[in-house]
Write a protein that binds this ligand. Structure first.
Ligand SMILES: NC(=O)c1ccc[n+]([C@@H]2O[C@H](COP(=O)([O-])OP(=O)(O)OC[C@H]3O[C@@H](n4cnc5c(N)ncnc54)[C@H](O)[C@@H]3O)[C@@H](O)[C@H]2O)c1
Length: 336
């Protein structure tokens, strides 16, 4: 049994990774989460459906408790999801982001090194690339310059740097940073999904609108240099993203630390997403054109060839309709 610590496991992506670990077996799982944006109900659903694991309500800002837990448990592996992730909030309240996403991460890394953790998987983001001037048709590769344009992106990039320097200084400690692009959809079996309050994620907002939870939704800008004028993004199904974490752990068995983009390598426009959600929901809901938002690049697509060629990761749900259907199905469950 590998002893693994999952931070932020009561949240959207972490819960889907816990599901995959439980399905795979061989892990003694401990989850810590302060439930700031995560849900106890998600933990309960995971335990009821896929088996038991330990849940501790704890804030990673409580460094003493984190150190104590890590010294006591001596985890082999850590997957670190816990973070704050609302971009506009990071502009208004940057210190929340630097403290939670960077300082707490640095402390977790320190506690990991001191307690003998061998593998550390970190949730990073495409926000580290900022607004790329030009994007090759194959998407943004890991070689592209990093130039975050908001504190959220900076807070994550700084954590990547802490990992890089730490792994160099402590050879027993290895990490993989996964730079997620746009994550969407819900567990294909319908047990868990995204419960985030006041979410700004396009597909979740479209699902909420399709079910009448919102009167209408907005399209921020239709004058971008794209075929239909709306922004294009690379939407990855959360179950496929979850599997990338399992592959990242495997990768570190025989390789050194590294970072990978995680996306499908193709994009859909905002209008295409809304049309798909209208089709799968059978509701021709209202989407109103609004001005562009600051800091939205026209196109953001991952070049994920490095992940595909270096690991055994293979997408299973690269299908916008399925992504929208699972998001909608989960949204229905949330209404019950
Ligand atoms: N959702 C996306 O599209 C996306 C894209 C790129 C990167 N990411 C990254 O993925 C990770 C997970 O995101 P998510 O979408 O699941 O978000 P989420 O808000 O659903 O999950 C984050 C979890 O971390 C917990 N948490 C936050 N701060 C904590 C702290 N100080 N101590 C303990 N627990 C804490 C929250 O309660 C929550 O359960 C984050 O690191 C985020 O930056 C997400």
């Amino acid at each position: 049994m590998k002893k693994i610590l999952i931070t932020g496991g009561a949240g959207y992506i972490g819960s889907h990774v816990i599901k995959e670990l439980l399905k795979k077996g061989g892990y003694d799982i401990t989850v810590v989460d302060n439930l700031s944006t995560g849900f106890l109900d998600t933990i309960q659903r995971l335990q009821d459906r896929w088996g038991d694991f330990r849940f501790i309500q704890m804030d990673l800002g409580d460094w003493e408790k984190v150190d104590e837990l890590m010294q006591k448990e001596r985890f082999d592996e850590v997957i670190h999801f816990a973070a704050a992730l609302v971009v506009p909030e990071s502009v208004e309240n940057p210190l929340k982001y630097y403290l939670n996403n960077t300082a707490n991460t640095a402390n977790l890394i320190k506690a990991s090194v001191e307690s003998g953790v061998k593998k550390f998987i970190f949730s990073s983001t495409a926000a580290v690339y900022g607004e790329p001037e030009s994007i090759p048709s194959t998407g943004i590769s890991e070689e592209a310059p990093t130039a975050p344009i908001n504190p959220y992106g900076h807070s994550k990039l700084m954590s990547e740097q802490v990992l890089k320097d730490t792994a160099k200084a402590y050879p027993g400690f290895k990490y993989v940073a996964l730079r997620y692009f746009n994550v969407a959809g819900a567990d294909v079996e319908g047990t868990i999904g995204q419960s985030t309050k006041d979410a700004t994620h396009l597909i979740k907002v479209a699902a909420e609108t399709a079910l009448g939870k919102r009167e209408k939704m907005y399209i921020f800008g239709d004058d971008y240099p794209t075929p239909d004028g709306t922004c294009i993004r690379d939407y990855i199904h959360v179950d496929d993203l979850a599997l990338a974490h399992i592959e990242a752990l495997d990768y570190l068995e025989e390789h050194e630390s590294d970072l990978f983009n995680v996306g499908y390598g193709r994009g859909y426009s905002v209008k295409e997403v809304i049309d798909t959600m209208r089709r799968v929901s059978g509701n021709d809901f209202k989407a109103q054109i609004a001005p562009r938002r600051a800091g939205d690049p026209a196109i953001l697509i991952a070049d994920s060839s490095k992940l595909r060629s270096s690991t055994k990761w293979q997408p299973h749900y690269d299908d916008l309709e399925l992504i929208c259907k699972t998001a909608l199905e989960w949204e229905r469950q949330l209404s019950k």
